[in-house]
Design a protein around this ligand. Structure first.
Ligand code: INI
Length: 157
């Protein structure tokens, strides 16, 4: 029997792309900081001028899949991490944006074979978003862990 399991201790050589939505950047800036902190503490040079992590900023979550897919197709990255925040308002806009970004990230992963991490918060209020972006925990950290784990796992399977 073979058990495939991603490792968190051999992350040094990985290359990642981050795609970050500017919409709700009070939240996405904090997710990004958590994500970078985790990458650095796993031995990855996350500096924008370094050669291990590239950054792409997009207007909002709706635009994330297009850019994530292009980066994944380049073949340069072990994983792509998507960071965004969709916060429910008074109109159905939330549902459209949340649905498209979720589907787009899933199809990017499946169609390119590059792990594409769904680091998009879909919440009802700004309070809930901030609680997940640092007030309580910072899910940006977890999304970086997910990327390391999947990058490692994909090298094994
Ligand atoms: N984009 C977000 O990232 N989060 C949101 O909460 C949001 N809402 O609610 O409107 C949002 N809208 C912008 C959208 O992602 C596109 O950038 C815009 O529609 C242009 O295509």
């Amino acid at each position: 029997m073979t058990v495939f399991e991603g490792s968190f201790v051999q992350a040094e050589g990985f290359k990642f792309a981050l795609v970050i939505g500017r919409f709700n950047d009070l939240v996405t800036d904090k997710l990004l900081a958590g994500c970078q902190d985790c990458l650095k503490r796993h031995g990855i040079d996350a500096a924008p001028e370094g050669d291990q992590v590239d950054y792409a900023w997009v207007p909002g979550c709706f635009e994330i899949p297009l850019v994530a897919r292009k980066l994944a197709e380049s073949g340069r990255y072990d994983a792509v991490i998507c960071l965004g925040a969709v916060i429910r308002g008074q109109t159905p806009h939330f549902d459209y944006v949340a649905s498209e970004v979720t589907k787009g990230i899933a199809s990017t992963s499946l169609q390119t074979g590059v792990p594409t991490i769904m680091g998009v918060l879909t919440v009802d209020t700004m309070q809930q978003a901030l609680e997940r972006a640092g007030i309580k925990s910072n899910l940006g950290w977890s999304y970086a862990m997910n990327a390391i784990e999947m990058a490692s796992l994909m090298k094994q399977v």
